[in-house]
Write a protein that binds this ligand. Structure first.
Ligand SMILES: [Zn+2]
Length: 317
């Protein structure tokens, strides 16, 4: 029998033990790395579809592609917030929404994407109710009592804010807050236009501007959380299901991974106590929960690059 001993060699047992120890250190390191990762829940708004589509592309196709990516990448359940009015006379949209609901959870985003700043609390509440029959039909698991405010506008007066919040509470809803947002919807219609024009140079620019903006606003959101709460929180990311979603989603997921985020469900992200507090004031177009707190607390924004609003409007016109 050959022994693993000699002048320089280790005895077999010590050799095995040192190997096991090495493996344990590596596993511990990996585990801690994952354990410390910042939790993030992805959510999609404006289902069945936000913005325009390129000619010949259907909502069903777009939705299918996005669902495939989410499944392939093992993303935990992703809430899609629906506006049932978009289904009226739109078989493609209705079919797309059925596909989504068969694979991922759905939530309420009002019937017609109503702006609370332009309407009364009562009209807004009617819109929440009007959206419910579609949710009931789509969701056999009855897990649709999550509400996302259109335009993230939660009330321009404190009375409106409180009235709608009270309504939501009475009707069993949890508010699906947003704490990270790079306004990805800006790229949906722009992409549809550029594809229609077969403008490959502009399409390449859309990709680089999307990823640099996403990176910038992920970092900014984390800085905001530290300024507000003195720590990082579990985040909720807002995305919009549209023409560009299936093209860019894999890259966006890679970016989130590179930034150290661990994807979780909306329920898990919002179990962070940060979501228990409410600024409780009337605000005009205040943005994410973090943006609202920055405004209320009078905290100065860290330096950051702005979103390319002008370029997105003019590209491929
Ligand atoms: Zn929306």
């Amino acid at each position: 029998m050959k022994h693993f001993s000699g002048v320089t060699g280790l005895p077999p047992r010590r050799f095995v033990v040192s190997q096991i120890l090495f493996l344990l250190v590596i596993l511990f390191w990996i585990f801690c790395g994952t354990g410390n990762a910042q939790k993030l829940a992805i959510t999609f708004d404006d289902l069945p579809l936000n913005g325009l589509l390129p000619p010949g592309v259907t909502r069903v196709e777009t939705t299918k592609n996005v669902l495939e990516i989410l499944k392939k990448r093992h993303v935990p359940p992703v809430y899609g917030f629906i506006n049932a009015k978009k289904l009226e006379g739109n078989a493609d949209g209705a079919e797309a929404l059925k596909l989504w609901a068969a694979a991922e959870p759905v939530g309420n985003h009002t019937y017609s994407h109503m702006d609370l700043e332009q309407n009364t609390a009562e009209a807004f509440e009617r819109e929440i109710e009007e959206n419910e029959p579609a949710l009931e039909l789509l969701d056999v698991n009855n897990s649709w009592h999550w509400f996302r405010y259109p335009y993230l506008r939660e009330g321009d007066t404190v009375e409106k804010r409180r009235a709608v919040r009270a309504y939501l509470k009475t009707h069993g809803y949890t508010i699906a807050q947003v704490t990270l947002d790079w306004e990805d919807y800006l790229w949906n219609t722009a992409y549809a236009r550029c594809v229609a024009k077969n403008d490959t140079k502009s399409i390449e620019w859309l990709r680089s501007s999307y990823l640099s903006t996403a990176s910038e606003f992920l970092d900014l959101g984390r800085e905001q959380a530290k300024l507000i709460y003195g720590r990082e929180i579990s985040y909720v990311l807002l995305m919009h299901l549209g023409a560009y979603s299936s093209t860019i989603l894999s890259d966006a997921l890679d970016l989130l991974k590179k930034k150290g985020f661990k994807l979780v469900t909306l329920e898990e992200a919002e179990s962070d106590v940060a979501y228990e507090s409410d600024p409780d004031v009337g605000l005009h177009d205040a943005g994410t929960l973090l943006d609202q707190w920055m405004q209320v607390k009078g905290i100065k924004y860290p330096e950051h690059a702005e979103k390319p609003y002008k370029e997105m409007e003019s590209i491929c016109q």
